[in-house]
Each structure stands twice: as structure tokens, then as C-alpha cells.
Design a protein around this ligand. Structure first.
Ligand code: ADP
Ligand code: MG
Length: 268
């Protein structure tokens, strides 16, 4: 089987739709029949919960993987209610573990050490914490691509240079393969002028690197997170679901471009 394609949804800012995007794009990939692994690297474990799992009820999570990478990721990979979609689950104990790991020489490569050489999935989607933490670096260390979700709010663009700076440093020191394959406009309320202006700025700034479909502000997405399920299950016709299906299709298209070496839209 070819090496899986790995995508990190990263932004130095919190509350911009990273987790919502990671789980819905992963869910859309899985629905098209592509075996997908969602890797939850956030101590808040929101992606794990969003997929209906209770981190405290699991026998193994990412914490166990990072403590002993030699056992691989398999014990902490759990099936979800969605065919083709599994999750490498997070647990809040990742919070205290981070400071302990900080002293280890191989701290940036712990997930890489556990990562399978011949995995049973084609796509891996990483959800990372908002702070540019050790866990974000571990994800970027093994990823092929970064998607940067940016809230359509005037202040939100300010977090992008910090995010790009980290991507750049990881590329130079740890993973030359890494590239940004898209910006995703999130929490877009087209009724407000400020959001429309912000989207225009994003188009001007990022051109074809901006994923064409903005994700609308849609209360059904927040309700799906609360209920621990994907919006596709609750309301596959909703605006939020339609936007995430379209965004996932664009990301898949960019993945194929990257794989075929015709990556016209990859920023380096
Ligand atoms: N498009 C959206 N419409 C409505 N609510 C959203 C949308 N995207 C995210 N949310 C809600 O906003 C909050 C922050 O989103 P989240 O995906 O957790 O962001 P992050 O992972 O960047 O911190 C969550 O409560 C989530 O349910
Ligand atoms: Mg999050």
C-alpha cells in the first residue's frame, strides 16, 4: 500500500474551527471510501469527543503511545461509528505529559517513532492544539501538508504569520516534505459586511491557495460537536455539511496534484 497522505489542520489561534474542520474533512474522506485516521493531539480531546468517544473510557490513548512509542499507535486507535474512520484518541493527561516530554532529546519525533511503516489507512488528519506546542511539532514532523483554517474575522489573519513561521522551521529542520496546501475560511457569516470584506482580503492575499468554499457559520455544526457526532449524520443537507464536503473534495484534488507532482497550488 502507498504511504498515507497526512494533513495537519493548524493555526496558532484557538476557536477558529480547527477541530470542526479536521473531523468533518476526515469524515468526508471516509465517506468516499478512503480509510482515514483522525489523530487527536490536543489535550482537550475535542476531536475524540466530537467523534463520540469518551477519552476516560478508553483503555489506551495517545498518552500511552508517546510514553512508549515502541508499541506503535495501534493500541490507541479506536473505531468510530463512521465506517472507514478511526481515531487515535487524545486524553487530558497529554497536558501534564507535555512538560515531562520537554526534557527528552527526541521529543519532536515521538509520534514519528510510533508511526506505522505500513498503515491500514490512506489518509491521516491531525487536529492539534492552538498553542504552537510540542504536539503540533510532532504532527508537522510526519505530515505532508498543512491546511490553515482562518476565521473570517479581521483580527484572525494576524495569527497566520506565526503559524507559517512554525511550518517553515519544521520544514527546514525536521521535515523538508512539508507544504501548505490551502487556507480554509471558517465561521463565515455572509450577511455581515465585515465578514465579506475579510473574505475579499483572504482572496487577495492567498489567491488560488484559498480553498474556494468558505465554511459558513452554522449552528448545526456547534450542535453536532456538543452531541458528539458528525453533522453529516444529523443533517447532511445543511449548509455546514455541504461546505465541508466541498472543501474536502478540494483538499483531495490538491492531494492528487501533490502526488502527481503537478502541485501548482502548493506554497513553499
Ligand atoms: N462553522 C461553524 N459554525 C458554527 N459554529 C462553529 C463553526 N466552526 C466551529 N464552531 C464552533 O466554534 C467553537 C470553536 O471551534 P473549534 O473547531 O473547536 O475551533 P478550534 O479547534 O480552532 O479551537 C466550537 O464550539 C465549535 O463547535
Ligand atoms: Mg481544537
Amino acid at each position: 500500500m502507498p504511504r498515507p497522505f497526512s494533513i495537519v489542520f493548524a493555526n496558532a489561534q484557538g476557536g477558529v474551527g480547527k477541530t470542526t474542520s479536521a473531523v468533518h474533512v476526515a469524515g468526508a474522506f471516509a465517506e468516499t471510501g478512503v480509510e482515514t485516521l483522525l489523530v487527536d493531539l490536543d489535550p482537550q480531546a475535542s476531536a475524540t469527543r466530537h467523534l463520540g468517544l469518551d477519552p476516560d473510557a478508553l483503555d489506551a490513548t495517545l498518552t500511552d503511545v508517546l510514553i512508549d512509542p515502541s508499541r506503535g499507535i495501534a493500541p490507541a486507535v479506536h473505531a468510530t461509528a463512521y465506517p472507514g474512520l478511526s481515531v487515535l484518541a487524545a486524553h487530558e493527561s497529554l497536558g501534564t505529559l507535555e512538560s515531562e516530554l520537554g526534557a527528552m532529546p527526541d521529543r519532536e519525533s515521538l509520534l514519528a517513532a510510533a508511526w506505522p511503516g505500513n498503515p491500514p489507512f490512506r489518509l491521516a488528519v491531525f487536529d492539534v492544539p492552538p498553542a504552537l506546542s510540542l504536539y503540533t511539532v510532532n504532527a508537522l514532523r510526519i505530515a505532508d501538508a498543512v491546511v490553515i483554517p482562518v476565521q473570517t474575522h479581521p483580527f484572525a489573519l494576524a495569527s497566520v504569520p506565526r503559524t507559517l513561521d512554525l511550518v517553515d522551521r519544521v520544514r527546514r529542520h525536521l521535515n523538508p516534505r512539508l507544504s501548505v496546501i490551502g487556507y480554509l475560511a471558517t465561521l463565515y457569516d455572509k450577511r455581515t459586511r465585515v465578514a465579506r470584506e475579510c473574505l475579499s482580503r483572504m482572496i487577495a492575499e492567498w489567491g488560488p491557495l484559498l480553498i474556494e468554499t468558505p465554511i459558513p457559520t452554522n449552528v448545526a455544526l456547534a450542535e453536532a460537536a456538543r452531541d458528539g457526532r458528525l453533522l453529516y449524520e444529523a443533517d447532511s443537507e445543511s449548509a455546514g455539511a455541504a461546505a465541508y464536503y466541498a472543501a474536502a473534495a478540494e483538499i483531495i484534488a490538491r492531494w492528487r496534484e501533490t502526488r502527481n507532482g503537478s502541485a501548482a497550488r502548493v506554497a513553499r
